[in-house]
Write a protein that binds this ligand. Structure first.
Ligand code: PHE
Length: 450
């Protein structure tokens, strides 16, 4: 992970499942469990989900493979990787580093809420399924001045603590147990949620497309969600791919990770939206949706109290396996390019990210000024990253592989020089050269104007 490792032969994942779990750990996080359900809820439900799935198939798989290919080929951080293949392209990686920095600032604020909810669950605060009470609880946390900032600091400190020690070992071991547990837990919540009286409306809302709810900004939101949820467009999978050994199977990994990620997102949607309807809550309720709805579901489950603690703990772990990947992208750049020690880089960057998160948190309370369109600072940061920086990074990635480095070179790396099957390579080449950049560029431009 640091300069010396880079020149002396790099750290590598100790097993194939290690890489897949770590990459899936980066992908699966608050984006799936917190953001996907409420974004789908705000954008009309089923039609959003359908567009999301279409974009996962066109853009998600393709770019996942693309980033891992570049990472493993160059064995470098996001900026170094672009620059090694073609001089003058390092700035694309630079955009990604910037995106990682900004995402983590508000991601950590939400991570802080999760820690607070673990405390709440452990102290028995969720004994009610009254949406108004639970809504008030969420509001009073997020809009207060000090409390969420302290929890945000705690979340950043945990992330810092893990990244400072380097990523192998820790991240891998962590993910192996936690990911499967999270999966099982979410399935249990889905079962409770869809069997609540009145849940059918919510299932319908989530699965039945209503195309009148779709417009260009909905589609841009879906595209942004694809990038965010898969950790794409900012060099994260380049960085993780750079630790992948030369004989691993890239096409297989690039298929499995988006499948896992999408599976968790869909399950989270099914865990939350049916309950939202059953409890008479508003699906367009925004970022509080998960935090308000799930405690009500837990209150209606046997051993719900214990379940709530375990669930929010697992959400925290999922968030941490993502936040370390965000921090890692920035740290590995500064260590490689500015020659800072890992400890210094991690500490200073974390402090700066913490600082940027403070106004983000305050913008949900005392500083609720609209700064862009109808967005407060917190939401504006999300818009900047998901709907501008990540799609732009993804677009440049397509152009880079399709038109600068060349599909043939990329396919050679993906197949380990012809040893691994990549049956759909011609389709992949077509998508990355034409279909994906046109789709991303079109959605990006019309969505921003519209
Ligand atoms: N994919 C992560 C999530 O869904 C967030 C993330 C975005 C992580 C970009 C790394 C890079 O929570």
């Amino acid at each position: 992970m640091n300069k010396s490792m880079e020149t002396q032969g790099r750290d590598q994942w100790s097993s194939k499942i290690g890489f897949i779990l770590a990459a899936a750990g980066s992908a699966v996080g608050l984006g799936n469990l917190w953001k996907f359900p409420y974004t789908a809820g705000m954008n009309g439900g089923g039609a959003f989900v359908l567009i999301y799935l279409a974009l996962i198939i066109i853009v998600g798989f393709t770019l996942m493979a693309a980033e891992i290919i570049i990472g493993r080929h160059t064995q470098l951080n996001a900026i170094g990787a672009y620059r090694k293949i073609r001089k003058g392209w390092g700035w694309v990686g630079g955009l990604g580093v910037l995106a990682g920095f900004v995402i983590l600032s508000y991601y950590s604020v939400v991570g802080g809420w999760v820690i607070n909810y673990i405390v709440k669950a452990a102290t028995g605060a969720f004994s009610t399924s009254d949406i108004n009470v639970l809504g008030g609880m969420f509001e009073s946390l997020t809009s207060s001045t000090w409390e969420p900032i302290i929890y945000h600091g705690l979340f950043m400190a945990i992330t810092l603590g893990i990244v400072i020690g380097g990523i192998s070992g820790g991240i891998e071991k962590f993910s192996k147990i936690l990911m499967p547990s999270l999966f099982i837990m979410v399935i249990l919540i889905v079962i409770r949620s869809v069997t609540l009286p009145g849940a059918a409306e919510g299932i319908k809302f989530f699965l039945k497309p209503d195309f009148s709810a779709i417009n260009v900004s909905t589609i841009l939101a879906a595209l942004g969600q694809v990038f965010f949820s898969l950790s794409l467009g900012m060099g994260c999978m380049i960085t993780y791919g750079s630790y992948l050994s030369k004989d691993e199977n890239i096409p297989q990994s690039a298929t499995l990770i988006p499948l896992l990620d999408t599976g968790v997102a869909l399950l989270a949607g099914l865990a939350i939206l049916p309950a939202v309807f059953a409890l008479g809550f508003d699906p367009a309720g925004g970022p509080g949706l998960v935090f308000i709805t799930l405690p009500a579901v837990f209150a209606k489950m046997p051993m719900g109290g214990l379940f709530a603690i375990l669930f929010f703990l697992l959400v925290l772990f999922a968030a941490i396996t993502s936040s370390i990947s965000l921090l890692e992208v920035v740290v590995s750049f500064v260590v490689d390019e500015w020659n800072w020690s890992r400890a210094k880089a991690t500490t200073i960057i974390s402090a700066a990210i913490f600082a940027l998160g403070i106004p983000a948190s305050l913008s949900l309370g005392v500083w609720d000024t609209i700064i862009f369109r109808d967005l407060v600072f917190f939401d504006a940061l999300g818009f900047l990253t998901d709907q501008i920086l990540l799609p732009l990074g993804g677009l440049m990635l397509c152009i880079f592989i399709g038109w600068v480095w060349g599909v043939d070179n990329a396919v050679k790396e993906a197949t380990n020089g012809g040893k691994v099957k990549f049956t759909i390579a011609p389709i992949w080449g077509f998508v990355i050269k034409y279909l994906a950049p046109i789709a991303i560029g079109y959605i990006f431009i019309t969505g921003l104007i519209g």
